[in-house]
Design a protein around this ligand. Structure first.
Ligand code: DQA
Length: 149
């Protein structure tokens, strides 16, 4: 089975309660269930995690280096601030898709810059929970092309 790590950053544990007008009513648990169903159809096995701590995200990315063939990451606000996450994704060299539920380009200017985009294979934002499904589809296609899935 091809393993993919899906990593979620700060405040995403509050999905469903947090600014529903921006992020919708789905919880992270329901997004995880959606990802599991999607991954099954694509022949992927997923490890799904959330942490509010930047260094833990770095550790999860390092762990993925040994255990996974690719990464899907919604780094939340760390997207816009974290050189450490940029470096970690670059260091492990796994094909990585950056995802966001909201269309960050429609929002405040400080969300328009991403430290992850320059080291990601692709970026998907603005589709709500479906952003994750689209990321999995895109990653599956990339891995297939590379002969890794
Ligand atoms: C987010 C967008 C970020 O700007 C924000 O800080 C988040 C969530 C999204 O999924 O839309 O926490 O990554």
């Amino acid at each position: 089975m091809t393993v993919i790590y899906i990593l979620n950053g700060p405040n995403l544990n509050l999905l469903g309660q947090r600014e529903p007008e921006v992020y919708g009513h789905d919880t992270l648990a329901s997004i995880e269930a959606m990802c599991r169903a999607k991954a099954k159809g694509l022949g992927l096995d997923i490890v799904f995690r959330q942490t509010n701590i930047e260094g833990e995200l770095v550790n999860h990315i390092h762990e993925a280096r040994e255990k996974a063939k690719g990464l899907v990451i919604n780094a939340g606000a760390y997207t816009h601030t974290s050189v450490a996450l940029h470096d970690a994704v670059k260091a492990v060299g796994l094909p990585t898709i950056e995802v966001h539920l909201s269309n960050v380009y429609k929002r405040e200017a400080f969300r328009h810059h991403s430290y992850l985009s320059p080291v990601a294979e692709g970026v998907i934002c603005g589709f709500g929970p479906q952003s994750y499904e689209l990321a999995l589809e895109g990653l599956a296609a990339i891995l297939k092309k590379k002969g890794k899935a």
